[in-house]
Design a binder for this molecule. Structure first.
Ligand code: G3P
Ligand code: CA
Length: 256
């Protein structure tokens, strides 16, 4: 089993956000390879379902921001999505990059690095996406190496009902009255707001409840100065090398 997020060790796992989206086109194989190369401990990615039921790695429900195409993933077939250029909008030197199927990323990552898979919706997750995801993780034997997260908490709950061994987490923006209760309601293992919502008190409360504490997205040293000393279990970054260097320097890296 690859090393994965564990609650309350005092060490921070570095999550490469959409791979290493500060350096390469987000959610592409080249971005995942870059994240691994730059020292990420886990790689985060987002999934939608295509019209013909394929799990597709993309952040937005629409393809226009990151590719040369138009339309929604849910209205396009895999063949149509595979024709798209997923690299040039980031930089012309990535023009041959394609939108990956999740199966390609899971297969590549299996012996390299654990994944954090975020179930996206357009506006809500596609019916059956949780079943397809768990089926794939079982097929590749990566259930124990994967963390599944979502802003759509019923999806998080469904994933845990389908496969209790898979680690999960709830995402949210803004502040909840009771993040621990929200995690419990979704049968989740971790609480994952944006970094600005974390306080040392909330980290202590989450850890006391036996839950993991994770944050997104920290790219700059001032943000690292704020969140790293709190004892979070993992932090996402578009520049995993910056966070890697920081946590290793202050003795909070899992490898230090
Ligand atoms: O890891 C969670 C983070 O990725 C959530 O925000 O919009 O980048 O998917 P977003
Ligand atoms: Ca995400």
């Amino acid at each position: 089993m690859l090393e994965r997020e564990v609650q309350n060790t005092g060490k921070v796992l570095v999550l490469g956000h959409r791979g290493a989206m500060g350096h390469a086109p987000e959610n592409t194989l080249v971005s995942f390879a870059k994240g691994l190369e730059l020292g990420a401990d886990m790689l985060e990615l987002d999934i939608h379902m295509s019209r013909d039921g394929e799990l597709i790695v993309m952040h937005d429900g629409e393809v226009a921001r990151t590719t040369d195409g138009k339309g929604h993933v849910k209205d396009l077939t895999l063949a149509e999505i595979k024709k798209l250029d997923a690299g040039s909008k980031f930089d012309a030197r990535f023009r041959d990059e394609r939108v990956p199927r999740l199966v390609e990323v899971v297969e590549w990552a299996k012996t390299r690095i654990p994944l954090v898979i975020e179930i996206k919706g357009d506006p809500i997750p596609a019916a059956g996406i949780e079943e397809k995801l768990i089926e794939m993780l079982r097929e590749f034997g990566t259930v124990d190496d994967t963390l599944v997260i979502s802003f759509h908490h019923p999806s998080v709950k469904r994933v845990k009902e389908l496969e209790p061994r898979v680690m999960t987490g709830i995402l949210f923006t803004g502040m909840l009255v009771d993040p621990v209760a929200a995690a419990r309601a979704a049968f989740a293992d971790s609480v994952r707001p944006s970094y600005a919502y974390w306080t040392p008190e909330l980290v202590a409360q989450v850890h006391a409840a036996g839950l993991g504490a994770s944050s997104w997205i920290v790219n700059h040293e001032a943000e690292m100065d704020y969140v790293v000393p709190m004892g979070l279990d993992s932090i996402g970054s578009n520049f995993p090398e910056r966070l890697r260097a920081y946590v290793d320097r202050v003795g909070r890296g899992r490898r230090t």
